[in-house]
Design a protein around this ligand. Sequence first.
Ligand code: ZN
Length: 366
Amino acid sequence: MPSGTAPRTVKHFSLHRINNVELRTIADVDDGVIQLMLHEENVIRGYARAGMWPHHRVMLFVLQDLQPLMRQVQDRPGMTRERIAAIQDQPATVLYDLKALDECSVYVNQQASVKAGYWNDLPAMEGLLAHEHAHPIAENDTVRASRMLQLGVVPSASAFNAVLTALCQKLSLLAPREVFANEKALHGGFQPALAHLNQRLISEAASGLPGRTALVQRINNAVASGHHPAHDAAALLLAGDYELCLPLAIEVAPFYRCGMTTQAAQLESILRATLFAALGTAIEHTYTALRDAYVHLPSTYTPAELIKWCSGVMQILVNSFATVGYALEFTLREQVEEPTEVASTATQADEEKSDEYSREDGNDTR
Ligand SMILES: [Zn+2]
């Protein structure tokens, strides 16, 4: 057990077989576990029917929060504090070993799922599980190349640039793995669950619009009182708008990639009626440019080819920040080693069992 971690009480342990797949469910929460397990079984069956299922064993952890996972991965290479912290906001995540696809672990984060409003929305939870399980299925040359690149915004010391870096990484370097995972989930037959999940994502983003007025006020006040430089206030607001809208291109593009243009158009008409209507046509143009980049992204890129593609995506952002007078500068380079163990949260972790839980198997309720 990693140092300083207190074991939690296992409230549910079960072992099921779905065709040839062993599903172990381990939970430290009482409610909702059985329902989630049934949806997990649906996901396994759906991918198996489509001939896409790669694992013999699945560990499904349903946990109050993902602190145990965060502790488990904290000493892994490449794990920065920001990347570990990002895990706690993930409603679900999957851990798998690229060299041993025989098994995987899925972690459902109750706290984050409740906060995101998914916990009681089982079709949305099924969409999340289908997406998470699609990550190992969606491994390809482009996804592997994406792990071999590093992207930064300069100067890296600025607090605003830390926000910009996370946004730019999400929209360029990290986007391929999400686009391909969504595409595989659609091929696996999870179109209704993903469409439902995406409608939720859009309405949640739209529900952030009233907060934008308060943000504008806060930025104006910070500029007026000298706490924030006037020259990047507009860029700060634009980054907030982009955070709200642009990741949705990663969700919608896979529908186009799969020829599901009617569903894609439905999602975009909701986007147009809500977010773009409020934020203007410039943001819609940036969204469309990114969406097209995701729609046409090949799965066979080398790192050198992906550097070109990412630079193109970054150029879209550079140009749009230039319209508010902000010079966005970035670096993009190949890193030395490709990691072998991965998680959908962009962490790199061993496929080690969570020993905090396995220790408790003996005294749980089976
Ligand atoms: Zn993902």
